[in-house]
Design a protein around this ligand. Structure first.
Ligand code: T5A
Length: 230
């Protein structure tokens, strides 16, 4: 469980699933209701982690192998948690994070074929007890997501090249889709699968409903700090 009194929500899913679109919509909706919201992303979210984001997404680390990449993702995550996420949670904010540890489990663990023991060790060191309270998995066929990502890249001339992970084959992306669904099945208390093939407004409504439910279960918003969560 997340540390402190705030709420920690992560968004996960394949390329072009609509995470960035929906996280912005949710932040806007929560702020309108008077909540303090921190919108952040991985890899990145803190100065140290943003420096590693460039190394990872440009493909500069690819030559050194998936093991090295997994360690860099974990290092970025540790810094992001320490300097940005945990302080915000302690201050009672709602933290919305575009990708988190499930992306490492799927991209490096499942399709990177890294040993479960290494993945578990990295997760223990980087994340510790600070798992999201709620993880929204935006699900849609990989080819639909990739087509959306390509369309968007075409609209932004300066960033039109696909990143290191977008370049991979569609069947790898489809395997990732299944791996996210497997996580949702294994951890139903934390994860909700959202149909990301619907239109933007309908998905936004479904997501607000999920978050409202979690907030209501916690009796409004603030979760009392306990000795175990400090
Ligand atoms: N990674 C990350 C790892 O390998 N391990 C890790 O531990 C972590 C944290 C990050 C990459 O790093 C990898 C995974 C990734 O490959 P990134 O640049 O942050 O890369 O990109 P992604 O997280 O993959 O996100 P994308 O930018 O590709 O897609 P989003 O955010 O899911 O989608 P979004 O919202 O930008 O939408 C894409 C396009 O579709 C449209 C949007 O307008 C946009 O043009 N769209 C819709 N169109 C139709 N219907 C809808 N419902 C739509 N929703 C959005």
């Amino acid at each position: 469980m997340a540390t402190g009194r705030g709420l920690f929500v992560s968004f996960e899913g394949g390329e072009g699933a609509g995470k960035s679109t929906q996280i912005r919509r949710l932040a806007e909706s929560l702020r309108q209701k008077g909540h303090q919201v921190l919108l952040t992303r991985e890899p990145g979210g803190s100065p140290g982690a943003e420096a590693l984001r460039h190394v990872l997404l440009s493909g500069a680390a690819e030559a050194f192998g998936v093991r090295m990449e997994a360690m860099l993702f974990a290092a970025a995550r540790a810094d992001h948690l320490e300097t940005v996420i945990r302080p915000a949670l302690v201050n009672g904010q709602i933290v919305l994070c575009d990708r988190f540890v499930d992306s490492s489990r799927v991209y490096q663990g499942v399709t990177g074929n890294l040993e479960p023991a290494l993945m578990a060790a990295l997760e223990r060191v980087a994340v510790g007890e600070t798992m999201p309270d709620l993880t929204l998995i935006l699900d849609l066929p990989a080819d639909v997501g990739l087509a959306r990502a390509r369309r968007r890249a075409g609209e932004r001339s300066e960033t039109s090249a696909p990143d290191r992970f977008e370049r991979e084959d569609t069947d790898v992306h489809e395997k990732r889709r299944q791996a996210f669904l497997d996580i949702a099945q294994r951890e139903p208390a934390r994860c909700r699968v959202v149909d990301a093939s619907l239109d933007v407004d309908r998905i936004a409504k479904d997501i607000v409903a999920e978050v409202t439910l979690v907030l209501a279960q916690r009796g409004g918003f603030a979760r009392p700090e306990t000795a175990a969560s400090r």
